[in-house]
Design a binder for this molecule. Structure first.
Ligand code: ZN
Length: 496
């Protein structure tokens, strides 16, 4: 599929820009900001940390009749959350004093071993039924008494058949018999019902060099001597990431190098796959072919589905059109990266706006922006540079707010700080426009190849000084000198 979106002229009016000013303040419940994570790529949560996400609305682009907001969402730092559960199985069961009769601790340990053994067997049966497309075997592991859950389970089976699964593995991580409330246990019935934390890892053929790994709480029940899967929705924590295929009926369409997975029954997935394929071409034209050149786009039907995929609190992404995220509970190198659309905003953009959004996000995918020491202004400016090169927007329109501020003597004095990119920032529009123009200036003055080399150099440095060093080694200038050049460039554009 080689169709490109027809390149028209997005109209950017001053009314469009006002939307940004009403952004909600950065909610307290959200995790660390992208900028902090970027500067500390090995940031870890303390062991008592609640499961939380760390997304930052980190971008807007400007096209069509509204401002687009995009974001790089970082991986989560929640790996230690279940340590406590593990210790419930192992550490709280002291060895009995020699010669004593069995204690309640022994009984607890035996029960834990029994649950884990039954659970592991069930998970093996479930994953091999899914991998083998064996619906009868899958139905056999679903709790026959869980009538509400049965159709949901069948949907999960069908969803996983619709994906190009290379592998799926389920690992019994831990359990806690008290995590399921007593009334819920009574409702399920059987000899024993409990909540197990299961690590599900799966890999998409042609897209994922490494599997996605997410922890999914699964309710298991033993009745009449057999253990079954009884629910997949008990005790999901707020802010816990959920696999896309658990959220409803999905469809998947493959483009040349793209995969679009949708929870929206009406979306034209072929058109989206073509747009992503075009975005991949546009990004490759600037970045070069040295990346995977494949992109997976998730298209939820509702914003709350998007927030489940990202492990974000409700309404976090009210103003955001799309997010690039590493799909994982824990950050590590090589975790599959996804673009996740915020459906209402994304759909309302029009063809051209979606093309800009997806090119911007695909730039983040290619340049591995979810795990990078590149400063935000450079990451966002570079993504906009690539997007606006693919879909031309006149500078006077695309940087309208910034240039107006410069004319009024209220322009920036320095390259945008990370704080300028937070959703509550009053300088958000100006920060993005300025970052874009900084990258434009580098490309104009030094050449696009130097712009790309600078990005690669700063990314590879993995150092907080990488940007300063990069200006010196790649552009033979200093950050201060470049900032002066940029301010002059802004004044010249403002006067045109
Ligand atoms: Zn961005």
């Amino acid at each position: 599929m080689r169709l490109r979106a027809a390149p028209g002229r997005p109209r950017v009016t001053s009314e469009n820009r006002k939307g940004l000013r009403s952004l909600e303040p950065y909610p307290e419940t959200r995790g660390p900001r992208v900028s902090e994570e970027r500067e500390q790529p090995v940031l870890r949560a303390p062991s008592h940390a609640p499961l939380r996400s760390s997304e930052e609305p980190a971008h807007h682009a400007h096209a069509g009749r509204r401002r687009l907001l995009l974001a790089v969402a970082m991986g989560l730092v929640a790996g230690t959350v279940y340590v406590g559960l593990r210790s419930a199985i192992h550490d709280d069961t002291p060895a009995p004093p020699s010669g004593s009769v069995s204690t309640s601790a022994d009984v607890g340990a035996e029960a834990a071993v029994r649950r884990a053994t039954a659970g592991e067997l069930l998970l093996q049966q479930m994953s091999s039924a899914i991998a083998g497309g064996d619906r009868a075997a899958f139905t056999g592991i679903v709790d026959p008494d869980a009538t509400t859950f049965a159709p949901e389970a069948q949907q999960v089976f069908e969803n996983l058949q619709a994906l190009p699964l290379a592998s799926i593995v389920m690992r019994y991580v831990s359990d806690n018999p008290h995590q399921l409330p007593a009334d819920r246990r009574r409702e399920i019935g059987g000899q024993e019902a409990w909540l197990a934390q299961v690590e599900v890892s799966w890999r998409l053929t042609g897209f994922d060099p490494q599997p996605v790994r997410l922890t999914v709480p699964m309710t298991l029940v033993t009745r009449d001597g057999s253990t079954y899967l009884s629910s997949l929705s008990d005790q999901v924590r707020p802010g816990q990431r959920r696999p896309f295929w658990l959220l409803g009926k999905i469809r998947a369409v493959r483009g040349e190098r793209s995969l679009v997975v949708s929870l929206d029954p009406k979306a034209d997935l072929v058109a989206y796959a073509r747009t992503v394929d075009s975005a991949i071409e546009s990004v490759t034209a600037v970045w070069g072919p040295n990346w995977r050149r494949t992109v997976v786009l998730y298209l939820p039907r509702t914003q709350s589905q998007m927030e489940y995929v990202l492990g974000a609190r409700q309404h976090t992404y009210d103003q955001i059109a799309a997010v690039t995220t590493a799909e994982a509970d824990e950050r590590s190198v090589g975790v599959p990266v996804r673009i996740v659309a915020n459906p209402a905003r994304f759909m309302s953009l029009g063809t051209q706006g979606r093309r800009i959004v997806l090119t911007h996000e695909t730039t983040h995918v290619a340049s591995r922006a979810t795990a990078s020491a590149v400063p935000l202004w450079f990451a966002e400016g570079f993504a906009d540079y690539v997007a606006f090169k693919a879909v031309h927007v006149p500078t006077g329109s695309a940087a309208k707010e910034l240039l107006a501020a410069v004319r009024d003597g209220k322009g920036p004095k320095m390259l945008p700080e990370p704080a300028a990119f937070s959703a509550s920032s009053k300088q958000l529009a100006i920060a993005y426009e300025g970052s874009w123009l900084a990258c434009q200036l580098i490309a104009t003055k030094y050449g696009e190849d130097k712009l790309v080399r600078l990005y690669r150099t700063v990314h590879a440095s993995r150092s907080p000084n990488g940007m300063r060093d990069g200006f010196r080694t790649v552009l033979n200038t200093t950050q201060e000198q470049f900032a002066d050049d940029w301010l002059r460039y802004l004044r010249r554009l403002a006067d045109e």
